[in-house]
Design a protein around this ligand. Structure first.
Ligand code: UT7
Length: 320
C-alpha cells in the first residue's frame, strides 16, 4: 500500500489592517498606477501592533484543523515556514503548538524565505511517507512588513503579512505525488536582509535589499523550469494540471511563467492584487482562497511552485 500525504484541511488568516497603494503614495514617491502596472498589487494586509507571526499562524491553523476535524492533540508534527519568527528561539512552531494547546509530537521552523511553504510541505511529505508521522500541520506565516525600509520605494510597496495552513494525513488515496526542491546560494546577494542582532545590538542593515530586475528574470526562469520538472517526473502534460498555484510576488512574473508553460491564466490562482507578496504565506493563502471561492475542488490536480531568497525554488504536485 502506497502511503500518500493527503491534504485534509486548509485555512488562512489575513490581518485586519489593509494598506492601499494610495496610502503608500504619502510615504514614498510612488503612484497607485506604477504599483498596479508593474506588480499587479492594489493593496496588502499589515499585522496589528501586537500581532506576531505565531498569532497569525494560530488563526490559520485553527481553521485548517477545523476543516480536517482534528485537534492539536492529533498532530504529530508542526512545521512553520517563516522568515519572520516571533523570537530567535524558541521556534515559531513551538509557540504555535502552545497556542493550539498541543503537548506532544515534534515542532520546528523552516527558513527558505518565499519557497518556505513548498520546502515545509516536502519535509512533511517525507515524514508521512516514512511512517514517522501521521498527521502534520504545515504553516506558512509572515510579519514580513517588519523587514521593510518604509523609505525604500523599490521594496516597501511589494510585501504584506498573512498566514496559511494545511493539515496533511497519511492516506492510501493519491495526495502529494512529488516535490522537487532546489537552492543556489551563489545568488544570496540578489535578495537578502543583510543584518541581524549581535551582542544585543543591530548589526548590518536588517531590511530587505533586492535587485528587482535580476530577481524578476530568475523567478520566471526557475518557476517554469521547476513546473516542467514536476510534469516530466510523472510523464504529464500541462493540460493535465487543473490549477497552478504559484508564489504571489508580481502578476507579471506569474503571467510570464504561465505563458512559458502555455497554461491559460484561467487555470492560475492569483491573489497578489489583494495580498501583495506575503513570502512563505503566499502559496497557502492562495490555495485556501482558491478552495473557498469554489475554484479548486476535491480530486483536482494542483501544482504549487515557489521561488525566493537563497536563492531557493521548488514545486509540489498533488491531488486534492
Ligand atoms: O519573492 C521574491 C521577491 N521579489 C520579487 O518578486 C521582485 C521581483 N521584481 C519585480 O517585481 C520588479 O522588478 C519590480 C516591481 C521590483 C520593479 O519593476 P520593473 O519593471 O523591473 O522596474 P525597474 O526596476 O526597471 O524600475 C523602473 C523604474 C526605476 O526608475 P528609473 O531608474 O528608470 O528612473 C525605479 O527607480 O521605476 C522606479 N521605481 C519606482 N517608481 C515608482 C522603483 N520602485 C518604484 C515605485 N514607484 N514603488
Amino acid at each position: 500500500m502506497t502511503i500518500f500525504s493527503k491534504i485534509v484541511g486548509v485555512g488562512s488568516y489575513l490581518p485586519e489592517t489593509i494598506l492601499s497603494n494610495a496610502e503608500l503614495e504619502h510615504r514614498v514617491e510612488t503612484s497607485d498606477e506604477w504599483i498596479r502596472t508593474r506588480t499587479g498589487i492594489e493593496s496588502r494586509h499589515v499585522h496589528g501592533p501586537k500581532e506576531t507571526t505565531s498569532d497569525m499562524a494560530f488563526h490559520a491553523a485553527q481553521k485548517a484543523l477545523a476543516v480536517a476535524r482534528l485537534s492539536a492533540q492529533d498532530i504529530d508534527l508542526i512545521i512553520v515556514a517563516t522568515t519572520t519568527p516571533d523570537m530567535v528561539f524558541p521556534s515559531t512552531a513551538c509557540l504555535l503548538q502552545q497556542k493550539l494547546g498541543g503537548t506532544h509530537g515534534a515542532a520546528f521552523d523552516i527558513q527558505a524565505v518565499c519557497t518556505g511553504f513548498v520546502y515545509a510541505l516536502s519535509v512533511a511529505d517525507q515524514f508521512i511517507k516514512s511512517g514517522q508521522a501521521t498527521n502534520v500541520l504545515v504553516v506558512g506565516a509572515e510579519t514580513f512588513t517588519n523587514l521593510l525600509d518604509w523609505q525604500d520605494r523599490n521594496t516597501c510597496v511589494l510585501f504584506g503579512d498573512g498566514a496559511g495552513a494545511v493539515v496533511l494525513t497519511g492516506s492510501d488515496t493519491a495526495g502529494i505525488l512529488s516535490t522537487h526542491l532546489h537552492a543556489d546560494g551563489r545568488h544570496a546577494a540578489m535578495l537578502c536582509v543583510p543584518g541581524h542582532v549581535m551582542n544585543g545590538e543591530t548589526s548590518g542593515n536588517p531590511t530587505v535589499k533586492m535587485d528587482g530586475g535580476a530577481v524578476f528574470k530568475f523567478a520566471v526562469k526557475v518557476l517554469a523550469q521547476v513546473s516542467q520538472e514536476a510534469l516530466n517526473a510523472h510523464n504529464m502534460s500541462i493540460e493535465q494540471i487543473d490549477w497552478l498555484i504559484p508564489h504571489q510576488a508580481n502578476i507579471r512574473i506569474i503571467e510570464a511563467t504561465a505563458e512559458k508553460l502555455k497554461l491559460p491564466m484561467s487555470k492560475v490562482i492569483v491573489t497578489v492584487q489583494r495580498h501583495g507578496n506575503t513570502s512563505a504565506a503566499s502559496i497557502p493563502l492562495a490555495l485556501d482562497e482558491g478552495i473557498r471561492e469554489g475554484k479548486i475542488k476535491p480530486g483536482d490536480t494542483c501544482l504549487l511552485v515557489g521561488v525566493g531568497g537563497g536563492f531557493t525554488w521548488g514545486s509540489a504536485l498533488f491531488k486534492l
